[in-house]
Design a protein around this ligand. Sequence first.
Ligand SMILES: Nc1ncnc2c1ncn2[C@@H]1O[C@H](COP(=O)(O)OP(=O)(O)OP(=O)(O)O)[C@@H](O)[C@H]1O
Length: 236
Amino acid sequence: MTTALTDRASLHTRSGLALHGVTLTYPDGEQRLTALDDVSLQVAPGEFVAVAGPSGSGKSSLLAVAATLLTPDRGQVLIDGQDAGALSSAARTALRRERLGIVFQQSNLLASLTAVEQLLVLAHLRGERPSAARVRAEQLLASVGLTGPKQQRRPHQLSGGERQRVNIARALFGSPSVLLVDEPTSALDHERGRQIVELLAEVTREHRTATVMVTHDRELLDRTDRVLEMQDGRLE
Ligand SMILES: Nc1ncnc2c1ncn2[C@@H]1O[C@H](COP(=O)(O)OP(=O)(O)OP(=O)(O)O)[C@@H](O)[C@H]1O
C-alpha cells in the first residue's frame, strides 16, 4: 500500500470501534420498538468482523449507530476512544469524516463523475492539493483492482463489482480507522461477492481498519476473523 496512505493513517491514535451497552428504539405507534437491545462490541484495528442475522434483527441499525448517524437511547459508541455521544453535532460530523469509512449496500456513486473523480471530490471538499490527491486516488483505485482506463469510466460503464470497488476505495480515501460495510455483495453474483469480501479482508489488514461487515450471505463468512450473530436486537 502507498506510503502516503500509511503516513496519514499513522497520524491517528487508533483503537478501533467499541459499543458499550447500546440500546436503540424507534417509535412504533403508541409504543417503542427495540431495534438494539444492550449491544456491546469491540473491534480492534486490523480486525474484520461480520455481523449476520435474519432480516429485521437489527443489523442496519447497528451500523447506523456505529456510524454515529443515529444516537442510541442508552450506551456509548467509541471511535478511537472518543465517545461520539459526548461530542457536539459539528465535532461528531468531523469525527465521522476523519475516522469513519462507510460502504452502503447499493453503490451511491455520482452518475456524472468518473471513478477517479468520485475520490477527488472528497479531496476537494477537504481542501487538499489536487495533484497529490489525484496520485493517491489513482493508487487507491489500483489497489482495489481498478486500473488504467477503467479509472476514467463513469458508474454506468462499470460492472456492479467494479462499482463496489470504487465505493470501497472512496470509503478508504480519508484513511479511516473504522470501516463499516452494509451488505456489500447483495447486488453481486456469488463469485464477485466472494472477491469483494476477499478485498475487504485485504484492505482491513493493509489499512489496519476496524472493519464491520453486515451480511446475509453465510457462505462468505470464512474470510472474516469473527462472526457475530444478531437476533432480535441482541448480539451473540
Ligand atoms: N426508521 C425506523 N422506524 C421504525 N422502525 C424501524 C426503522 N428502521 C428499522 N426499524 C425496525 O427495527 C428493526 C431492526 O431493523 P434493521 O433494519 O436494523 O434490521 P436488519 O437486520 O438490518 O434487517 P434487513 O436484513 O432486512 O436489512 C426491525 O424490526 C425494523 O422494522
